[in-house]
Design a binder for this molecule. Sequence first.
Ligand SMILES: C[S@@+](CC[C@H](N)C(=O)[O-])C[C@H]1O[C@@H](n2cnc3c(N)ncnc32)[C@H](O)[C@@H]1O
Length: 262
Amino acid sequence: MLRPLEQAYYLYRGIKMVLFKENRKKYFVKDKFSSVSPKYDLLNSILSCYVDHYWRRIAARELTGFASGPILDLCAGTLPLSLELIRQHGCQVAAVDFCYDMLQFGASRTKGREGINIICGDGEELPLPGKTFHGITVAFGVRNLGNLEKGLKEMFRVLKYGGKLVILEFSRPDNPLFRPIYKFYLHNILPFTAGIISGDKEAYRYLAESIDAFPAPKTVAKLMEKVGFRQVRYWPLTMGIVTIYTGRRTGDLRAGGMSEDG
Ligand SMILES: C[S@@+](CC[C@H](N)C(=O)[O-])C[C@H]1O[C@@H](n2cnc3c(N)ncnc32)[C@H](O)[C@@H]1O
């Protein structure tokens, strides 16, 4: 079972609201996701030709064997990965995101589903006790964090010994033939199309710019190791449009996640 939240919260329409400190990037990111939230899922499916569902399925599958205890789905947005985790593993999921509007759209799809605990809070200051989760997933979220290292440290803190982190994030294709085509799509076709459908072109310009600015997979993996994750692995999917990263907190989860052995 999930332990109670560490910080004070109030309940608003079934979502636990936790206060957090904002800065300019957080304000901008939250505002952009808020503005596209009604069309977020539709646009994801259109712009990725439905492949985003496959990517999340693969990410959720990485937690096979880790779902006997609670799983944290960080930057959960409209909860597509949280629901996939429940579908695949029937586990308890804490879905955390700092954008209330995104969570609210997700919450409307969780009716009648057991095991989901929705929390509106900051991933860089998780309002959750340490060593709580058997697994953590973050899909398309780490790129948006103002301070990636701080976010990773928080993930490490709340993961039990022996637990596993799975990150799914956009990356930049290596293939010299495909790379310019993808870049053109990302910077021109995507903001234009998404701008018309969502009414917020800037949000999708931000998407392209944040993908360009995000560190290379090797650098992300090094940062994961720096904050304490071990057995860090990463591999590309769909020609490197996205990359999956996994890492473990050493120890033995079967021993109740209580001991560290390495
Ligand atoms: C691209 S969406 C991903 C949503 C979902 N995981 C998915 O697979 O579609 C990124 C989400 O990260 C959230 N986010 C960004 N920075 C955050 C932070 N510091 N704390 C919590 N959530 C954050 C945004 O509000 C947004 O909902």
